[in-house]
Design a protein around this ligand. Sequence first.
Ligand code: GDD
Ligand code: MN
Length: 396
Amino acid sequence: MDLDSPDATSRNNTQAKRLDVSVIVPTYNEAENVPILVGRLQKVLSDYEFEVIVVDDDSPDETWKVAERIAESHHNVRLLHRIDKRGLSSAVFDGMTLAEGQVYVVMDADLQHDEQIIPGLVNPILNGEASITVGSREVENGSYGDFSPSRRLVSWSGSVLARRLLKVNASDPMSGFFAVSSDRFSDVKRRINPRGFKILLEFLARRPRPDVVEVGYEFRSRLHGTTKLTSSIVIAYLLTIVELTIGRVISARFSAYIMVGVVGLVVRVVTTQLFGLLENTSFADQSPISFSHLVTALGIEASVLSNYWGNNVFTFSPFRHKGRDILGGLGRFHLVSAHSIVVSTGVISILSRGTNQDPLFVTWPQVSLTVFAASIIVATLGNYYLNTILTWRTGS
Ligand code: GDD
Ligand code: MN
């Protein structure tokens, strides 16, 4: 067959969506659960043309081996074994880029999601009634089961924030159990930031707003293994909300950078105040340089450390330094921060020439707020650029 003929191309396109459903199952240490889940899916989806895509991030319990074995004996089970990446949302995203169904169902591997409602999630999308359907614990027939009160609180606050700030029209936007049409995925995939746990929010919040149908289900408790939801994931979730709220104006990464910087400023002020308390003690008398300069320097160092940590964990998380790389990263980050001190000092001394201040240690209100703000903006933009290309070498 001539592969360049228009006929072959269109055939390839229809082939690309030849299935009704792709079930995407992210896994991390779910070796015991995967075989049970696949068995249940084969039953409940027997009326559909479907595939199951397990996306495993090189789980230490070797879930991928289990999935590989299942894939060998089931033509409709596939494994994406990721060595270089971690993360629930990005696993779901990568699974979707491989999927061949018209509808992508996302569900946890740990049997907490009731597979019986899958037809209810799939049909409204196949019928064209909705482009997203959500398995919800908040509507009729839905419940949180044995979910602990603290987890309920996290879930509840998350949905309130999402509904208020993002005006998302779903009662359970924190759900990890949902379906999305392959068309909706294609429409928004270039704008998605696959961070943290909350990829559903991205599908719900991006414009144009989708038609949503919700289906109630009872959240079951885990049989095997443990949850991976940690506090850093909760923080990442908050960042996602802020980003989706303001991200239309400035880039996601830059807004995270700014937030980390604001926290750094608070750290600096608090550190300065704390050391300032030592002013009239013998500690102050022993200071090799003027005590106020020493306190300023300690405050700056504390904020540099806090900024490095925050940017490493959040802003540049896909490029995060680990182990010994942290030393090199910290070194480069210090150089870049030193650069920002030089730049902001420069800006201040140029703009306030003649005010007779020592520019290294002036802050607002010793110079006008405009001058101070200008110095911060110039230094921040320069720093951001340098950290992107030097400290974390993102290649973009
Ligand atoms: N590939 C991959 N990589 N999979 C992961 C990762 C990861 O880094 N982290 C977690 N998973 C998989 C788990 O193996 C599981 O199949 C699924 O993602 C959900 O993880 P759990 O650790 O079981 O999450 P949970 O039960 O605490 O949270 C659930 O309920 C929340 C509702 O409050 C999830 O459904 C969340 O999405 C949901 O928000
Ligand atoms: Mn779970």
